[in-house]
Design a protein around this ligand. Structure first.
Ligand code: HSE
Length: 436
């Protein structure tokens, strides 16, 4: 039987990992597919750097068009990243009837609906296992392993850089800046680390998972997104005292009156499994109506884990090509005509517990003034702590509330932040009490 020919666009870290997996495990992969997967061409602007991988002479080129228009190439892997020229290349590959594998979560989160529709129209596959959770098979698990379930809840740690930073801050008292620098040196971070620390990369990934889990279009702008750059070592210490850890969590819930979709720093019980996902590791806890809870854990970034996910997609697509079954599993998991719009709830509708850190003058009566405003908005306090005393100046006062409505919380904090005894913006961290 004819080999399956693959063209790779982008020969950076993940591209190199993909080539290594294809070469090092080539015999194993052939034994599983039935024919060899051949890396016929690789296009990158840098054609001189030695990536330490044994590709044949003439494989590396600067000409992406040579791949997109090569009639012998069956599958194009897009690892350029970003929106353009990645979008143009992917759409061009699809219109040339080529199957596409991509790791590009930003592209799919923004243009996925268009790309999925184009692939369905042309009768080709678009596979994207590596776009969320690096080497952890999250996409296959949702689309295939959990196909018999209504997914009810997703709780995920989906950005290794942010998790590395929060872990270093919690365990070593490291500053945010130093931990970010370390994560960048280890190669976890995006080209623009703002995407990692401001929750944008996590939101891209959550938007994709929500579409697959709830059978709806990708709606990136509906994901409420906050990052971790304002978390201080002080918040870390207090979360520990209250029995929590702070994680940048991706949260999605399918509720009777709409879908919750949010990414923000979250306090979760210290004993929960997600709270103990450390360093650059990722994890996703999924609740399905039939299966109950499952937890998938592993490396969410890096050359070889992401290469592993890319090659798993290649194998899937190759098997479908060989069995004349392209399109067997729809890109979004359910049949295109079954995809339906869902209302995404505003964060104002959220009901949860909150952690507040107020910065206020240290004098008698301050606490009762703050508690008075909270009480007037129907917000009940579960516990309060103040660390130390100062004769002059401000002290941090920390509170945990009972369950409250976010719209009320926001009104109360606006009033509190305008009190003359309060200096600086109050820090708010939402608490996700559901244990695992
Ligand atoms: N920057 C991402 C992370 C890499 O830190 O998890 C993979 O998406």
């Amino acid at each position: 039987m004819k080999p399956i020919n693959v063209g790779l666009l982008g020969f950076g870290t993940v591209g190199t990992g993909t080539a290594k997996v294809m070469i090092e495990n080539g015999a194993l992969i052939e034994s599983r597919v039935g024919v060899p997967l051949v890396l016929k061409k690789i296009a990158d602007l840098d054609t001189t750097t030695d990536r330490g991988v044994a590709i044949g002479p003439g494989v590396l080129t600067a000409d992406a068009g040579g791949i997109l228009n090569d009639p012998e190439i069956d599958i194009v892997i897009e690892l350029i990243g970003g929106y353009e020229p990645a979008r143009t290349f992917v759409l061009q590959a699809i219109s040339n009837k080529k199957n596409v594998v991509t790791a590009n979560k930003a592209l799919l989160a923004r243009h996925g609906n268009e790309i999925f529709a184009a692939a369905a129209k042309e009768g080709v596959e678009i596979a994207f296992e590596a776009s969320v959770g690096g080497g952890i098979p999250l996409i296959h698990s949702i689309k295939e392993g959990l196909v018999a379930n209504h997914v009810k809840t997703l709780l995920g740690i989906l950005n290794g850089t942010a998790n590395y930073i929060l872990t270093r801050m919690a365990d070593e008292g490291t500053s945010f800046e130093k931990a970010l620098k370390e994560a960048q040196e280890k190669g976890y971070a995006e080209a623009d680390p703002t995407f990692d620390v401001e929750g944008i990369d996590t939101a891209h990934k959550l938007a994709i998972l929500i579409a697959l889990s709830f059978g709806m279009p990708i709606e990136l702008d509906a994901v409420h997104t906050e990052g971790i750059s304002e978390i201080t070592p002080f918040d870390m210490e207090f979360s520990r005292r209250f029995g929590y850890r702070i994680k940048l969590l991706a949260i999605a819930k399918d509720t009777a009156d709409g879908v919750e979709a949010r990414v923000h720093p979250t306090m979760i019980p210290a004993a929960s499994m997600l709270a103990n996902v450390k360093g650059s590791f990722n994890a996703l806890r999924i609740n399905g109506d039939m299966v109950g809870d499952i937890l998938l854990y592993g490396r969410g970034a890096g050359m070889m884990p992401t290469g592993s996910a890319i090659v798993s997609d290649l194998v899937d697509v190759a098997r479908n090509i060989l069995h004349d079954a392209v399109g067997r599993v729809p890109a979004i998991g359910c049949q295109p005509e079954a995809v339906c719009d869902r209302r995404v709830k505003s964060v104002d509708e959220l009901q949860t517990q909150y952690y507040f850190r107020f910065t206020a003058v240290d004098s008698p009566g301050v606490l009762s003034k703050i508690a008075g405003v909270l009480g007037a908005h129907g917000i009940s306090v579960e516990s309060v702590q103040q660390k130390g005393r100062v004769a002059k100046g401000n002290v941090p006062i920390v509170m945990i509330t009972h369950e409250a409505r976010e719209a009320d919380v926001r009104k109360a904090l606006t009033e509190i932040d305008n009190l003359p005894i309060v200096h600086g913006k109050t820090m708010l961290i939402r608490i996700e009490g559901e244990g695992d």
